[in-house]
Design a protein around this ligand. Structure first.
Ligand code: UDP
Ligand code: MG
Length: 318
């Protein structure tokens, strides 16, 4: 097969223990493919030895580009920074922890050659992940697929191959709250998944504690769905309808009985209920208003301190 020029984007945050092993394995796979390739490492504000190791790798390997972000901008933004600098006909996104086997890239390329513009990895098994993480992941995909207009294939991560057209499409989406796997779904094009067994992390620990996972899930829902807002409107109508019954009841009690002073229970409950409902509603609306605010500031998505460009020959693109 006549291979395209391949870029591999690897976001790294405190992966000092991992990065050398990662580079070795990736390089082995890519050299075996007999194609032009580059590896773009994005240092996402690491606090450990990651940057120093990346600089050493860059000095010894002409196929490596290193982007050093000015601080930690988060995984999805780091990947975006990599996508923007990647030059290949196809771009593969993978993690630095070798949980996603780089050997799969060959298979992805085969599917690309068959005309698929997005080839995403589907995790069939997940080693070394807690039952809780698996359960929350399942819940996340179920929720997002119920709420959002674009389905996101379950059990996908960011391990995927994108054709140049897909990369340009993603680059044209300037939104701040980014869930790349959702954006990849949204752009359309011909897509297909390949199943693989996700290995456990070789070293280091996950950079996705619970709070970051919740944020990612919230981003997914709020960026791809306005169902929560519609849900509020429906809830508003329902409570309004309910309150008509309450009003009628109060009037009847007031006009036709003598026990009308005793109505405080219902008004107390009603007050609590409506107060709670309003707080929730304001919160949800606020979530969206906050996003509008973040977008209107038009800040850059990330800032790079340095970019160490690759020193090898430029690709001969198709
Ligand atoms: N990562 C990053 N910035 C962050 C968090 C994570 O660049 O703020 C990188 C991390 O170095 C790794 C990838 O994103 O290469 C995925 O993170 P991790 O493996 O911790 O996530 P998990 O596989 O546990 O979901
Ligand atoms: Mg990982």
């Amino acid at each position: 097969m006549d291979h395209p020029a391949i870029s591999v984007v690897v976001p790294c945050f405190d992966e000092g223990e991992m990065i050398a092993a990662c580079h070795q394995r990736l390089t082995g796979v890519l050299q075996g493919l007999d194609a032009w390739y580059e590896i773009v490492y994005v240092d996402d504000g690491s606090r450990d030895s990651t940057l120093a190791i990346l600089q050493a790798i860059h000095a010894s390997d002409p196929n490596v580009t290193v982007v050093e972000l000015s601080r930690n901008f988060g995984h999805q933004t780091a990947v975006t920074a990599g996508l923007e600098i990647a030059k290949g006909d196809v771009v593969v996104i993978t993690d630095a922890d070798l949980q996603d086997p780089p050997e799969l890239i060959a298979k992805m390329l085969e599917l690309w050659a068959q005309g698929f513009e997005v080839v995403y990895g589907v995790r069939e098994t997940r080693e070394g992940e807690t039952g809780f993480k698996r359960w929350t992941a399942k819940l996340f995909y179920r929720l997002i697929n119920r709420l959002s207009d674009v389905p996101i294939p379950p059990d996908t991560g960011d391990f995927r191959l994108l054709d140049r057209k897909a990369v340009e499409a993603i680059k044209s989406m300037p939104e701040r709250h980014r869930l790349l796997r959702g954006m990849c779904s949204w752009i359309g094009f011909r897509q297909c998944g390949i199943k693989y067994a996700r290995a456990a992390r070789v070293a280091g620990k996950t950079k996705y504690p619970l709070n970051k996972m919740i944020n990612l899930a919230l981003d997914g829902v709020a960026s791809f769905s306005t169902v929560p807002l519609r849900f509020l409107a429906v809830l508003g109508f329902l409570t309004a309808a309910l309150s008509v019954i309450g009003i009628l009841y109060a009037l009847i009690v007031r006009l036709f009985t003598h026990t009308w002073v005793a109505g405080w229970t219902i008004s107390f409950i009603g007050m609590l209920f409506l107060g709670g409902l309003q707080m929730i509603s304001i919160g949800i609306v606020g979530e969206y208003v906050g996003r509008v605010y973040a977008e209107t500031k038009h800040r850059p998505l990330y800032l790079a301190r340095t970019v160490l460009e690759r020193r090898g020959d430029p690709p001969r693109l198709r």
